[in-house]
Design a protein around this ligand. Structure first.
Ligand code: HEM
Length: 167
């Protein structure tokens, strides 16, 4: 057993739990509750949460990228020629980059992305839908396991002895 594989898996799944769980709490608990308070207090609360949540988002992106690419490099030998695996994991990585962009925009200060922050409820919902797709793809490829055409050819080719009998 490779201990780095174990550490990388724990870091990857643990970080995903914290970030997706935090975003779910923000969207479905905190935002609806904060809408009931007065506008200026609401904005002050939003600023304060943004400052604190930003650290989780930035560290989380670094950890997901590092552990994700490590997992990917380790998984590659098991999936040579497995086009479904590469299509699914490629889609997942692209979706993860979109999630990272939305999450960074929501905690950032760039004036160009102010409209994302103004419509935070909508963008958090989009982020969560993408995160659900990412988790579904990740779970599916994990349980499906390795399926390489090379392996299929190996197991479906009759042994040499059988071939000589059919001549
Ligand atoms: C929003 C971001 C992400 C979330 C929520 C997420 C979530 C997950 C989850 C839940 C698993 C399943 C782990 C298991 O069952 O043991 C997983 C596996 C994996 N993730 Fe991510 N991930 C994210 C980003 C990334 C990124 C950016 C990469 C690559 C750069 C990546 C690469 C992988 C790989 C290669 C696996 C293992 C797949 C396999 O079983 O072969 N992930 N991820």
């Amino acid at each position: 057993m490779n201990w780095l594989d174990v550490v990388s898996r724990i870091v990857h799944v643990g970080t995903a739990i914290v970030l997706v769980g935090g975003a779910t709490f923000l969207r479905f608990v905190l935002l609806p509750a904060a809408e009931r308070i007065e506008q200026s207090a609401h904005e002050a609360l939003a600023d304060s949460i943004r400052e604190k949540w930003k650290r989780f988002v930035h560290l989380g992106i670094v950890l997901l990228l590092a552990s994700g690419f490590y997992n990917y490099v380790r998984a590659l030998p098991l999936h040579q020629g497995d086009s479904l695996y590469h299509a699914l994991v490629g889609t997942k990585i692209l979706a993860a980059f979109v999630v990272f962009f939305i999450a960074s925009a929501l905690v950032g200060r760039s004036p160009a992305l102010e409209s994302v922050r103004r419509h935070r409820k909508r963008w958090l919902a989009i982020l969560l839908i993408l995160a659900a797709i990412i988790v579904a793809i990740s779970g599916f490829v994990k349980v499906r396991g390795a399926s390489s055409p090379d392996r299929d050819i190996e197991t479906s080719t009759p042994p040499v002895a059988d071939l000589s009998e059919t001549r």
